[in-house]
Design a protein around this ligand. Structure first.
Ligand code: C5P
Ligand code: C5P
Ligand code: ZN
Length: 483
């Protein structure tokens, strides 16, 4: 590793680690802690990491989840009789709301997050309880996730008799769930966590086919649904996928049942990959897209082969399937090791989540987007659940009817009064100046809502009926950023 040139490649920068130690001290002096986290894969893994670390440190705690941290939610937390509150995977975007409570002594906060921080009101010091990679020159959308920030805190909370490196696996699930990886895998402080997980024997890093479902999908479905890189005659073509596999001169069935990727030997995998690459080239798939077929994958070595939990990407989808459907308790229990009732329940939720994603995606492709000068948008109303409309928007980018070169805004109904907006961009656009976190914050505030997030992906809540005004405002700000 060339860790000398990039300090972050070896793990968190020293300043981040120091901040983690200061935050850990606050928690260690608490009688008990309220742990509040976000309802997605990164939020669940953040909570599981923090909960395990608190437990090992002998600090009593209770865990709660919220869809978003807004004024009402912060007030609700302040009204509990907890003196110390640990926020994970949110809190930075709401520092303006949290800091005054801290200044008043209503509660002692600790925030372990990676979202763009809000400005702290004038007269209040830059908080010492704020653990966020963005404060120390790391990118919160690609170099450290909420789970990574929580992991850094967990390492600072270690009791003398043991270390917390076994929690690195969950931190990687969180980072991948937040789409922090590229085909080259994780980078920055995330890569430092990967190395700690490998050293602790909980994680394996490999170069493999970058197709979703390596652990659980029978081979034809595995290839058929591999839509990130479209291979004509195989992608979205069940018969084509079966024909391709049957033509490989391999024994890919076991007792008449198709085997899964994980069941294949290295040699067999190699044969399939070569066949796929050949087929892709012959059908004119561009070389750089073909390269995207293979990349870095992460496996949790303590989990049973052939389960969703073995592959970090499948694990993160399983978690989204719980938390985004008001069952964060189920996902948290799975993260904490329940392989009985919670896992069974999570698998059922996963089937439902998959169906919703595929129906949502189909709807967007059919409807297409409305294109403005600098952004495109669709309004799903009640057709797509507001908690997954951002995932659907991300999946739709570049599909038929949806442009890949401008940001996408996606609306879904939240309640009679409120609409959820999700925004997704690309790293290329971010390099040109796009910062969706600012776009969502400013455009939503202009119409009486609020929002935030990351430069490449952000969200907001706005009052029902203000969509048109919001789009105009967002379109204008994006135009300014990209000019
Ligand atoms: O709240 P949080 O930070 O955990 O969520 C990050 C969101 O941003 C995820 O929904 C993730 O899919 C999205 N994202 C994205 N593209 C990226 C990075 C993140 O769509 N390159
Ligand atoms: O909800 P969605 O997946 O679109 O969120 C994208 C990113 O924006 C996430 O990191 C989320 O935490 C953030 N977000 C936010 N404030 C909101 C909505 C989303 O900071 N009101
Ligand atoms: Zn996150």
């Amino acid at each position: 590793m060339s860790a000398d040139t990039t300090p972050s490649a070896e793990g968190p920068v020293p300043e981040l680690r120091e901040r983690a130690v200061a935050c850990a001290e606050r928690l260690q002096s608490a009688d008990r802690v309220l742990l509040a986290s976000h309802i997605d894969a990164d939020g669940l893994t953040s909570a599981a990491i923090a909960a395990t670390a608190l437990e090992r440190a002998g600090i009593p705690f209770e865990t709660v989840f919220a869809k978003q941290l807004d004024e009402r939610e912060v007030a609700r937390i302040a009204a509990t009789d907890y003196d110390t509150v640990l926020f994970t995977d949110f809190g930075s975007g709401q520092l303006d709301l949290v800091a005054p409570y801290a200044a008043d002594g209503a509660f002692t906060p600790v925030v372990a997050d990676h979202h763009q921080p809000a400005d702290v009101p004038a007269g209040i010091d830059e908080p010492a309880f704020h653990l966020n990679p963005l404060l120390f020159g790391l990118d919160g959308a690609s170099e450290l996730s909420g789970a990574g920030a929580s992991y850094t805190l967990a390492r600072a909370l270690e009791p003398p008799e043991r270390d917390n490196r076994d929690l690195a696996g969950l931190a990687v699930v969180g980072a991948i769930g937040d789409m922090q990886g590229t085909d080259g895998g994780l980078s920055g402080a995330n890569q430092g966590i990967v190395e700690e997980g490998v050293a602790a024997d909980v994680l394996e890093e490999a170069t493999d086919l970058l197709v979703y479902g390596r652990q659980t999908r029978p081979l034809p479905k595995f290839l058929e649904y591999a839509s990130d890189v479209r291979i004509p005659g195989i992608t979205n073509d069940e018969n084509g996928a079966i024909e391709f596999l049957s033509g490989l001169d391999l024994d890919l069935k076991d007792d008449g049942e198709w085997r899964r990727w994980v069941d294949l030997t290295m040699d067999e995998r190699q044969t399939v990959v070569s066949g796929l690459l050949k087929r892709a080239m012959a059908s004119g798939v561009p070389a750089d897209r073909i390269d995207d077929l293979v990349g870095t994958t992460y496996t949790l070595t303590d989990e049973s082969p052939g389960t969703e939990l073995r592959d970090v990407s499948e694990f993160s989808t399983l978690l989204n399937a719980t938390a985004r459907y008001e069952r964060a308790d189920v996902g948290l229990a799975v993260c904490l090791g329940d392989r009985e009732d919670a896992l069974t329940r999570a698998r059922k939720l996963l089937r439902n989540h998959r169906r919703n994603l595929s129906e949502g995606l189909q709807w967007v492709k059919n409807e297409g987007t409305t294109v403005e000068d600098n952004v495109q948008w669709f309004d799903a109303g009640t057709r797509i659940r507001e908690t997954i409309v951002g995932i659907v928007a991300g999946m739709a980018v570049g599909a038929s009817g949806v442009r890949g070169d401008i940001p996408i805004l996606a609306f879904a109904e939240k309640s009679d009064e409120d609409v959820k907006v999700s925004a997704r961009g690309s790293h290329g656009l971010v390099r040109k100046g796009l910062d969706l976190s600012r776009v969502m914050r400013e455009a939503s505030r202009a119409v009486g809502g609020d929002g935030g997030g990351h430069d490449v992906a952000a969200g907001a809540t706005i009052p029902t009926g203000t969509q048109t005004e919001f789009v105009a405002e967002a379109d204008r700000i994006v135009g300014e950023q990209l000019s």
